[in-house]
Design a protein around this ligand. Sequence first.
Ligand code: WAQ
Ligand code: MG
Length: 258
Amino acid sequence: MGENTHYLFSVRMRAATNGSNENERQHLSGCERLVSGDQMVTVVQNLLQRILTHTRGKADTINIQIDKMDKATIHLIPALKIESLEFATVKQAHGSAIASLVEFGVSKTAARKGVELIKNLSASMRGGMVLDAITGERIDSFGVRGVRLSHMDCENESAFLSSLAESGVGGEKVREAMILASKAAFAKDYMAELCWSDDPHYVTGYVASKEIYRRLSPMKLKEDNIGGRVFFVKPNADLDDLIDFFEHQPVLVKALRK
Ligand code: WAQ
Ligand code: MG
């Protein structure tokens, strides 16, 4: 499987607890990479190590899925530019997030609705919600699962990580969020994104446009384990096309240019 130079390999791993039904089964952790055949074994090992550390013995099941991807189908895309803003309170950060979303073309009603939707979740979703950027109406029908982005990575890991470091940021969370936000921003009908983490220790979130990844802190209080994502799309967006791009089309994100 790993020899041919015409292919990259999507390596995805997720950990969960067991349960007699879908509701009892709990997703614990997941991660993915898009790598060449000669990196596959090392990457599986690294991701497994990472999942075991993250889940600290709580996982009953770990799924590893590897899919061959024809290099010719892979989109090589630019990374969003990073900005970071700090605020004294969550309220101020949310106010600034709404102002940024409006700057990015989202209506004030839709921007406020996005913040409220994440704030009012009673449990974190696995994916994000898709909202009409003008009316604020939720247009996907994926309920509590939401829409997921997959099949994405950075093109060159060391170049990507050093470009993040030059922008004053680092760590797995920023790496993954930058890759996800850059991929989302490349979708045809995309307008903006709003996100904060479900990790109770991580209070930084972001808003993104087709060009900018603007980090905002704090988007929630410490110990709060609810986070989420909202993707704002143009009115009359082609939802099937968006979901196909998010879930299936492979994307590699280039290192940030200086
Ligand atoms: N596709 C769509 N939505 C997702 C995905 C995905 N692959 N993974 C997570 N989500 C949604 C889901 O609703 C989660 O509850 C929510 O996003 C948050 O996920 O610059 O760590 O993995 O310092 O907790 C942002 C700031 C960190 C990083 C975001 O998100 C920085 C983060 P988490
Ligand atoms: Mg996560």
